[in-house]
Design a binder for this molecule. Structure first.
Ligand SMILES: [Zn+2]
Length: 846
């Protein structure tokens, strides 16, 4: 009884506290009784709890069932199988007529089609929330925005329903959002605790910001490495919204941010000036009015980078729409103290709601203007293409069919037109073969995306970058490419057809062989090793007479002798055939071990490939992104399970059960001296450590490796500078993310599978190691003129020129493979992934 009374008192107090919430969010509004309110569905007022994603979806379903003005679409699924939804809201006649509206709207993006009459065309407005799962106010505002738009009896809501199709993504990253939702709810106090140090406000590793694979989805709109973004982009190109709102949160002590962003430095070079100079300011008027009405403070024109096309607020700018980033100072939890007093979850939600409504209002008021701009964007793209001296880009890697196809898929997913190359050509000394290369004309509606994929930019209006300053995707894929002054090609390709593969007829073979040059060769190797196949590899090249004629096998090829196998001949053949099909590999076979050139198949320069037993240290202290990139890479590109062991569990580890240890950037100082001794012992007895970036610094600080840092004496000056300039000065010294050319030793096991001796690498660190003192242990080092794209200060560029990108430090019988640049950056550096694969499969051969 006492308990029931307490519960009653508790509920009473609780609902009393929140009873005024309708007035808080929607003062003076009348709502239709036919539409269920968030409270009636959730059982609490928005802002009292963090709403679980399944409940959010449930409410959106309920809205769609209750009204003929809403339709719910599922556009994909997350890795954890949560549906990715878009709730479409407009008046009933528009909802019944969506396909016609869409087809009419799409005429705006095709300059070849006559301009449709836009006077009655609704604005297409996409409100997208909480791409960072631990920035939760957006998702809650989505619930209120959807309710308001469907149920409000106001003229304003009616005007929006009649003149816009509003598409609400309540959460772009549901897997991450639920991680944070559970965290905030499970630590909620009664009353809630505002102390910023309370556990509620401090998530553990991995944070809700990232998705299942610990990726930041707000960097993925260009690379499309993750399923959430792949689905989003496929959907995006069916609608080309006029306006896209991208709702975030920032530090608790900040107020609210909306665009315009900082002029020039944070703007994308291919976006028309009109977007920044005119449209952003036009929309800013609506946002400032909305927040002024409730006395909420805000800022604009400072920071927040808007240049990298992988942001959800930048990509729409390269698709003829207006992408808008919104940032609310976070309560991260239910209430948190800030410099301006306590910030409640409700307060953050209300600001996001006001801005959501203002975005819809602006989209409707500027509807005709935005339609004309969408048309103009694609038209001026064609005009600019006509002035560009580069008329087409030709690309293709003769030896890596899988990587070609991955790059082709990226281009097609971004709706770039690609054609077969129907002749052998040579451009600036590079050979492009018929059937193994493709041509992208610059004169096409997606001209600005073509530039994004292929252009190298080294000149900038500003020197302070919040993120990447270069993103040339053709360099990230390391696909040979060149611009050319003409355009000639075969037929346009619309989809990727199945690859034609070769596999030997049944025969009496001495060995099967697979070239290691293909991107998915490691997937093949892992599959057959898992099936118990004994595999060897050559340290020097040879030419064999195979079932397909004479073929050269460079160092690092896979050799599968038919002798020494546990499987019988038929079983072996079957395993190889299945693995080859699944990984897209060509398999060759020879009836003799006697080579036409180079070493024979029984040579001492051919040795067994050890089966990797890989452990990656993860958790607090290590890099969430780098660990996620490796996990995702090994799962999706190799199909190989790796043990992810928490750094705090190191004490329970027996390293001798593994042969390869991955250490991502981070702080490993939590290891005890006993644990350190175990690590050193394992290493010196033959273990391989793959260390990324600051992990190498830590190993150096512990004396485990003895390399040399590069230091260049910089000119010091005692001249005074304005205090206010100090941030920009230090920002200019940071290396935000840029692309460099490096020499590659492809005779080194880490260089196996590469047919080139120079490769582009991605650097976003200021760690500079000198090349190894051993002449053989710096397989990747920068060239004398290394900058390919992006911003770097002159003094940092000097350091880059003299430093190593990858170097190996032998330690006893083991070694540390140091990656000073991240070979797996954002799941998109296909060109350097092979260096990492080599570290895993060939690490013991160094
Ligand atoms: Zn964010």
């Amino acid at each position: 009884m006492k308990n029931i009374l307490l519960l009653f008192l508790f509920l009473f107090t609780f609902s009393n506290l929140s009873f005024a919430q309708k007035d808080y969010y929607f003062p003076g509004e009348t709502f239709s009784e036919d539409i269920p309110s968030p409270y009636s569905y959730l059982g609490y007022h928005v802002g009292e709890w963090h709403t679980r994603y399944d409940r959010m979806v449930g409410y959106m379903e309920k809205l769609a069932e209750s009204s003929d003005m809403a339709e719910l679409k599922t556009v994909g699924y997350t890795n954890q199988l949560r549906p990715l939804i878009v709730l479409v809201i407009s008046n009933a006649s528009n909802i019944n007529n969506l396909e016609n509206i869409r087809n009419n709207h799409l005429k705006l993006v095709d300059p070849k089609v006559n301009m449709p009459d836009v006077s009655n065309m609704p604005a297409i407005i996409n409100l997208a929330y909480s791409v960072h799962g631990n920035e939760p106010s957006g998702g809650e505002a989505a619930i209120l925005s959807a309710y308001w738009l469907l149920a409000s009896q106001s003229d304003k809501a009616k005007e929006i329903r009649d003149n816009a199709v509003v598409m609400i993504d309540p959460a772009i990253n549901p897997d991450g959002r639920d991680r944070h939702t559970n965290w905030a709810n499970m630590h909620r106090g009664f009353p809630p605790v505002a102390d910023p140090l309370d556990r509620e406000h401090n998530e553990i590793w991995p944070s809700g910001r990232v998705n299942h694979y610990w990726f930041d989805l707000n960097r993925d709109w260009l690379p499309l490495a993750q399923v959430e973004t792949q689905s989003k982009i496929a959907w995006y190109h069916t609608w080309y919204p006029n306006v896209v709102g991208d709702f975030h949160e920032m530090g608790t002590n900040s107020t609210y941010f909306f665009e315009p962003t900082k002029p020039f430095g944070s703007e994308n070079p291919v976006v028309p000036r009109k977007n920044y100079d005119e449209i952003n300011n036009k929309f800013a008027g609506y946002f400032s009015k909305a927040l002024d009405e409730i006395g909420s403070l805000y800022w604009t024109k400072e920071t927040f980078d808007n240049s990298y096309p992988g942001y959800g607020s930048t990509y729409p700018d390269i698709q003829g729409g207006l992408g808008l980033v919104f940032e609310q100072g976070s309560s991260r939890g239910h209430i948190q103290s800030s410099q301006r007093g306590d910030i409640t979850f409700q307060f953050t939600i209300r600001n996001q709601l006001k801005i959501s409504l203002a975005t819809m209002e602006a989209g409707v008021k500027e509807r005709i203007y935005m339609h004309q701009y969408l048309r103009e964007f694609f038209k001026t793209g064609m005009d600019e293409a006509a002035k560009n001296s580069v008329k087409s880009y030709v690309f293709g890697d003769e030896y890596d069919e899988s990587k070609n196809r991955l790059f082709l898929k990226l281009l097609l997913d971004h709706k770039i037109k690609v054609f077969d190359n129907d002749r052998d050509i040579s451009v600036k000394g590079k050979q492009f073969k018929k059937g193994k290369s493709w041509v992208v004309p610059t004169s096409q509606p997606q001209y600005r995306m073509v530039r994004t994929m292929f252009e190298k930019v080294t000149e900038f209006a500003d020197s302070v970058f919040y993120d990447a300053s270069s993103w040339t995707m053709a360099l990230a894929y390391n696909v040979p490419f060149e611009g050319q002054p003409g355009f000639a090609a075969g037929k346009e390709i619309s989809s990727l057809e199945m690859q034609e593969l070769t596999f030997p007829e049944t025969g009496n073979y001495v060995a099967y062989m697979v070239d290691w040059s293909d991107y998915f060769a490691p997937k093949f190797l892992h599959a057959i090793q898992s099936a118990g196949v004994h595999v060897e590899s050559n340290a020097l090249p040879f030419t064999s007479l195979t079932d397909q004629g004479e073929k050269e096998f460079p160092a690092g090829s896979l050799i599968i002798p038919t002798a020494f196998q546990k499987l019988n001949a038929a079983e072996l053949r079957n395993v190889l055939q299945v693995a080859a099909k699944e990984s897209g590999q060509n398999v060759f076979a020879s009836t003799t071990g006697f080579s036409k050139a180079g070493i024979d198949l029984g040579s001492n320069n051919i040795s067994a490939i050890q089966v990797p037993k890989v452990l990656m240290l993860v958790g607090q202290g290590t890099s969430q992104y780098e660990s996620g990139e490796i996990w995702h890479l090994m799962d999706t590109k190799v199909g190989m399970p790796i043990s992810k062991v928490d750094l705090s569990a190191f004490g329970r580890l027996n390293l001798f059960e593994y042969n390869t240890l991955i250490m991502t950037s981070g702080n490993y100082s939590s290891l005890s001296s006993g644990q350190l001794t175990h690590l050193k012992d394992w290493l010196s007895r033959g273990g391989t450590i793959i260390a990324l970036r600051s992990a190498s610094q830590w190993l150096q600080s512990q004396g485990i490796i003895q390399e040399e840092y590069l230091s260049i004496k910089e000119e010091t000056t005692s001249a005074s500078k304005p205090y206010a300039s100090r941030r920009d000065e230090s920002g200019a010294q940071a290396i935000g993310g840029s692309i460099y050319n490096a020499y590659l030793d492809n005779t080194h096991p880490l260089g196996f599978g590469y047919r080139v001796t120079e490769i582009p690498v991605y650097r976003n660190t200021s760690i500079f190691f000198k090349p190894s003192k051993s002449p053989y242990q710096t397989p990747v080092r920068y060239t004398e003129n290394p900058l390919l794209g992006g911003y770097i200060s002159p003094s940092n560029l000097e350091k880059v020129k003299q430093s190593a990108s990858v170097l190996v430090s032998p330690v006893g019988r083991g070694k540390v493979i140091n990656f000073i640049d991240n070979p797996n950056f954002r799941g998109t550096w296909f060109g350097t992934n092979k260096l990492f694969f080599n570290a895993i499969f060939y690490g013991d051969k160094i």
